[in-house]
Design a protein around this ligand. Structure first.
Ligand SMILES: NC(=O)c1ccc[n+]([C@@H]2O[C@H](COP(=O)([O-])OP(=O)(O)OC[C@H]3O[C@@H](n4cnc5c(N)ncnc54)[C@H](OP(=O)(O)O)[C@@H]3O)[C@@H](O)[C@H]2O)c1
Length: 367
């Protein structure tokens, strides 16, 4: 991965306090930076751009990344609202990409050097600089742009584990998979990756996103009317389960991948094949309500509620996933659509756009 020539390339070697990295290899960093910060949880305007937020310290075993892009994800809105608790104040975001600007001695020993192109998932990416442990860095190969690589880190890696691992091998190549909301970020990728894995794919999408979704390779695309006054699917505008059963000759789907949550849970369970698995990975429409386990008996079905962290448990697993995703991108097997890029100055607008359900792919901040 990284070349071992780091020490020769690095500049401005200075001693640091023992609490932090023992040596620094860096271009000079400013003491403060621009960052989109939450000091009080609330609506999108709780995210405010500050021009003098302290630049993070380089820690032992870590690097400082100078961000070019930060990804906007639904989870960032949950942190901003206080739905998922965080200590205040905090810099928003947990997905970024750019170039390494400073390297600890320990990271340098792993071959990481100033100027390396990287992407990562660590808190505090809505900022000019982010401190990242070396173990969390994804090296970005030549031929993959940083905006696309940044888009991979949460949604791309999530899509990878959803179609590769979370189904616990209960679906085999040639069998049917249902994926809701294939116009969204994660599921645009998941639909394409499910085809790469050899599954037959039924995708649902809103009619407003049909143009994008037609190019994903789904065997069957179910385009639904939008809920009046919104940009997202009205899952009651059509009998989706009936359509799934028609398409699958009454068998249903061996895996259902569902990031919509509350609005789709019944459709997902009812669309399963015998011994199929409901992979409930998100709640774009609200949390999935509790349901009795006995409900699964009709088809001896399985349910899982996975998260990315549990599918990137060590460096080997992280690199397996990122190398495969970046490889597919380089080979042209995977098409990633960056929908919109907001300047960091428009931090609130980025969150409002995502929450309105309008995105047809990845939404980024350009730092
Ligand atoms: N467990 C994990 O590892 C993991 C990882 C990443 C994301 N997630 C979660 O998965 C969910 C989707 O994330 P994403 O990054 O793919 O988001 P995204 O790119 O915004 O896509 C979500 C899709 O959900 C639909 N949608 C949005 N708001 C809605 C609403 N209020 N009601 C009904 N449908 C709505 C839209 O699809 P249509 O236009 O087709 O209706 C939208 O394209 C989020 O809850 C996120 O937190 C979980």
């Amino acid at each position: 991965m990284f070349s071992l020539a780091s020490r020769r390339v690095a500049s401005n070697v200075t001693k640091a306090s023992p609490a932090f990295a023992s040596f620094r290899f860096m271009s000079s960093l400013p003491s403060t930076m621009r960052a989109a910060v939450v000091r009080e949880t609330g609506d999108a305007h709780a995210l405010k751009l500050e021009h003098d937020f302290p630049t993070p310290e380089l820690k032992a075993g870590g690097v400082i990344v100078k961000n070019k892009y930060a990804g906007i994800n639904f989870i960032d809105t949950y942190h901003r609202k206080g739905l998922y608790a965080r200590d205040l104040p905090f810099v928003g975001g947990q997905e970024g990409g750019g170039e390494v600007a400073a390297v600890s001695e320990e990271a340098a020993a792993q071959g990481i050097k100033v100027g390396d192109r990287v992407a990562y998932s660590v808190f505090g990416s809505y900022a000019e600089y982010t401190a990242v442990p070396a173990a969390k860095l994804l090296p970005v190969p030549d031929g993959v742009d940083i905006d696309v690589a940044t888009s991979c880190v949460v949604q791309g890696m999530t899509a990878h584990y959803l179609v590769s691992s979370a189904h616990a091998d209960l679906i085999k190549p040639g069998e049917w998979c249902l994926i809701h909301g294939v116009g969204g970020g994660t599921c645009q990728w998941a639909a394409q990756m499910a085809k790469i894995r050899g599954y037959k794919v039924i995708g649902t999408c809103s009619k407003g996103k049909e143009d994008v979704c037609k190019n994903l390779g789904c065997d069957e695309l179910i385009a639904l009317d939008e809920v009046p006054g919104t940009a997202y699917e009205d899952y009651e505008s059509m009998d989706i389960v009936q359509r799934v059963m028609e398409v699958t000759n009454g068998e249903g789907c061996k895996a259902v991948i569902d990031g919509i949550g509350k609005s789709t849970v019944d459709i997902s369970i009812n669309s399963l094949a015998h011994r199929g698995i409901f992979v409930s990975f998100g709640n774009a429409s609200g949390a999935v309500p509790a349901f009795p386990v006995l409900r699964l008996i009709g088809k001896s079905a399985y349910v899982t509620r996975p998260k990315l962290l549990d599918y990137t448990t060590n460096r080997e697993e992280l690199l397996w996933r990122s190398n495969e995703v970046f490889g597919w991108l380089k080979e042209g097997k995977l098409n990633v659509k960056v929908d919109t890029t907001f300047p960091l100055e428009q931090a609130a607008e980025g969150h409002l756009y995502l929450e309105a359900g309008k995105s047809k792919g990845k939404v980024l901040y350009e730092i």
